[in-house]
Write a protein that binds this ligand. Structure first.
Ligand code: UDP
Ligand code: MG
Length: 341
């Protein structure tokens, strides 16, 4: 009996799916969710809510987003008053929604949690930082590109004059490393972007545990656009991205999207073996000529040759590990954008 009652509305709703106006509205006046990860942001959260709510109100009044658009905060295990403040803000402003993670899972997982939680409640989702460094005025441009048909809109930093040099160097280095390893990322793009509902559905098919969202989205395809935004100083509080966390993120980025480091071992092994063979010829000639200390050739020859062969076989094993790694990630083997029926 219970099953019937849940099955019935589903079949009843099906014709709606084909109503021409629904998909149109999803583009022209989408239900927008803004996902904001927060980790110990008590100093800034009130101001963030105030500013984002103002943008949302304005968008509603202009008829650019659906009335039930909302803000979605993910408290990533804050130890301060962040969650308490969010509860209060939700009382006075019901469009403030959110969830609290059981502990600190890290920025990427917090964004992922938000995106996957709102996936069936929104037509498009914007993710941005809680500290107002990502200029909220760019949201208008994001929506413009989305209305024109983009499924992913990347926010890219306009000349980041006020970003510390260390961060600039770090991010340039990271971009260079990623691209030279053959992984796709958008230059100057932090986790400030808009994605459509179908991109979120695809995201749900990425089962990996080490999440590097920038790489995942860049990897998907779909129609994507770029919006430039100004970087502001943190409205309050301090960064939670230490060098340690940045290096960990960069390592995740490279190792999740490239097997080139493993391949370097194999190539290195082959080169060393070839070198060892050349040296071997020299050693054998020297031994035959007899101008070497007895025992030298038989000691040195195996060191070179075996060293090369060892690294080469290690590279071979690494190739298989690379295969195993990509198999266990179980990423989608293809992503459909449109189907003709
Ligand atoms: N953040 C998070 N979990 C963490 C670290 C950071 O949810 O473990 C959030 C943080 O609250 C902010 C965003 O991720 O909204 C970016 O962090 P932050 O501003 O400290 O980094 P930065 O902008 O300095 O790179
Ligand atoms: Mg920040």
């Amino acid at each position: 009996m219970k099953q019937e009652s849940t099955a019935l509305p589903l079949t009843k709703q099906e014709p709606n799916y084909h109503e021409p106006s629904a998909p149109d509205l999803a583009r022209t006046r989408p239900r927008l969710a803004i996902v904001v990860p927060c980790f110990n942001e008590e100093l800034v959260i009130g101001e963030t809510v105030r500013r984002l709510a103002a943008v949302l109100r304005d968008l509603r009044e202009r008829g650019q987003v659906a009335p039930d658009s909302f803000l979605f905060f993910v408290d990533d295990g804050s130890a301060d008053k962040t969650w308490g403040l969010l509860l209060d803000l939700n009382q006075s402003n019901p469009e403030v929604k959110g969830l609290k993670l059981a502990r600190n899972f890290g920025h990427q997982n917090a964004v992922l949690a938000g995106l996957l939680t709102v996936r069936h409640r929104a037509d498009c989702v914007i993710s941005m930082d809680a500290d107002l460094q990502h200029d909220e005025q760019a949201i208008y441009d994001f929506l413009g590109k989305y209305r024109d048909g983009a499924d992913i809109v990347y926010g890219v930093r306009r000349d980041a004059g006020n970003v510390p040099l260390s961060k600039k160097v770090g991010s340039s280095l990271f971009y260079w490393l990623m691209t030279s390893m053959g992984a796709k990322v958008v230059k100057g793009h932090p986790d400030y972007r808009l994605v459509s509902a179908r991109v979120l559905d695809t995201l749900a098919d990425y089962k990996e545990v080490n999440v590097f969202l920038r790489g995942i989205f860049a990897n998907m395809g779909f129609r994507s656009e770029v919006v430039y935004f100004d970087v502001h100083d943190r409205a309050a509080g301090t960064t939670h991205y230490s060098w340690r966390k940045m290096i960990a993120l960069a390592l995740d980025g490279v190792t999740s999207f490239s097997v080139v480091p493993l391949r370097i071992i194999a190539i290195g092994g082959v080169l060393i073996t070839l070198g060892a063979l050349a040296v071997a010829v020299f050693i054998i000639f020297s031994a035959i000529r007899g101008d070497v200390v007895p025992g030298w050739a038989s000691t040195v020859l195996p060191i070179y040759v075996l060293g090369g062969i060892q690294i080469m076989t290690l590279g071979l094993v690494a190739e298989y590990i690379g295969k195993i790694y990509s198999e266990v990630k179980q990423r989608p083997r293809f992503i459909t954008e449109q189907e003709l029926s």
